[in-house]
Design a protein around this ligand. Structure first.
Ligand SMILES: *Cc1c(COP(=O)(O)O)cnc(C)c1O
Length: 372
């Protein structure tokens, strides 16, 4: 079935013991044991199993075309679940411009734990080859990257990784399975910050890992999820399964609006450069066209002028909100370097927009007046 249909019906395919059209929320933290004091599998305590989480994980695996999924309480908790399932002493290759929270996770928690890491330019396959080591067990991909929207060739990197006995995990938060299906391109794992487009309304924190196979590595991730305990609440699982029902249509809107804005910005005299994989002028456009079915709702662009000009332009918006993060129905933008803070390598004149679902003419009008 197609994404639009799966998104609407998947949640009701599992643990659905009543005639409801939408599932109830199961807040009970404990479940009745049988007369011998036993439970079926892990159905005795909510950290181990919960009907809403089972439904939500089923939605995730159907949407990404995987065999298994584990839901976490945030995107970085999902990433930690993957890293903690490796062995101390393992080596990972990860993009130099990876999501800043995942960089902090690796540097501040996983390196002291014993994980070796190389943050490198992954748009260049030879560069990846040169960084492969005997103990490289995982290659992390984030494509498009943040905020420069670099495109990595998922299929080619998976081939290289598998020849060398490493698994590939793709952070698919920005494209979502509506625009990109990493498991079909050869990846072993997908992670999400479901805080973004799955939630879609800037009101839920969540994360997920989806695995192509229900193998030993996934079982280890499942163990970390249940034993580490960073699980989402039943209410959050319910909300996320609810929001997913409209995600395929929301993504079409994000794709269309962002494309309109990207072409507009490209021709604007105050704009030096636009980073959007849907633009034919983008360095990664050819690969993006091969591996994406839509180019997403995120745009970065450089202002002709110093940092102060970029900050003032963002300050002048009337409709576009000033906020970090992304994926909501409302458009937001930010001077990215200010958000990233100390150590940021983002260009000083870069503005990043999360293009929402307002009418594009209204967004263009606000852009026009803010750019001046
Ligand atoms: C936001 C984000 C994350 C982290 O997710 P949280 O839900 O904030 O923990 C990871 N990867 C990408 C690409 C993100 O945008």
């Amino acid at each position: 079935m197609h994404k639009e249909t799966q998104a609407i019906h998947a949640a009701m395919e599992v643990v659905n013991n009543n005639p409801d059209i939408v599932p109830p929320v199961h807040r009970s933290t404990v479940y009745q044991l049988d007369k011998e004091g036993r439970s079926e599998g892990d159905w005795h305590y909510t950290r181990l199993e919960n009907p809403n989480r089972v439904q939500w994980e089923h939605v995730l695996k159907v949407m990404e075309d995987g065999e298994a999924a584990a839901a976490f309480s945030s995107g970085v908790a999902a990433a930690a679940g993957v890293f903690q399932s490796l062995e101390p002493g393992d080596h990972i290759i990860i993009p130099e411009d990876v999501y800043a929270g995942n960089r902090k996770l690796v540097n501040n928690i996983m390196n002291p734990w014993g994980l070796e890491s190389d943050f490198i330019d992954m748009t260049d396959l030879t560069n990846i080859k040169n960084h492969l080591k005997e103990n490289t067990s995982l290659i992390w991909i984030e494509s498009p990257s943040n905020p420069l929207m670099n495109i990595m060739d998922i299929e080619a990197i998976c081939d290289l990784a598998h020849e060398n006995g490493a698994v590939v995990c793709v952070d698919n938060t920005w494209p979502t399975p509506v625009n990109q299906m990493p498991l079909k391109l050869g990846a072993d794992l997908v992670i999400h910050s479901t805080t973004k487009y799955f939630g879609g309304h800037s009101d839920i924190l969540g994360g997920a890992v989806i695995s192509k196979e229900q193998d030993d590595f996934f079982e280890q991730i499942r163990m970390v999820q249940r034993t580490g305990g960073a699980v989402p609440s039943p209410d959050d699982c319910w909300m996320l399964a609810r929001s997913t029902r409209t995600m395929p249509y929301r993504m079409k809107g994000h794709n269309n609006n962002a494309e309109r804005l990207a072409f507009y910005l490209q021709d604007h005299p105050k704009v030096q450069d636009v980073f959007y994989p849907g633009l034919p002028s983008h360095d990664g456009h050819k690969i993006a066209k091969k591996q994406m079915s839509g180019f997403g709702g995120m745009i970065s662009f450089l202002i002709k002028g110093p940092q102060q000009d970029a900050i003032e332009i963002v300050g002048r918006s009337k409709l576009i909100g000033r906020a970090t993060s992304l994926g909501g129905v409302e458009s937001t933008w930010e001077h990215r370097r200010s958000s990233e803070g100390e150590g940021s390598i983002t260009p000083k004149n870069l503005i990043r927009i999360s293009v929402g679902l307002e009418h594009p003419d209204d967004l263009l009008e606000d852009l026009e007046q803010a750019l001046g």
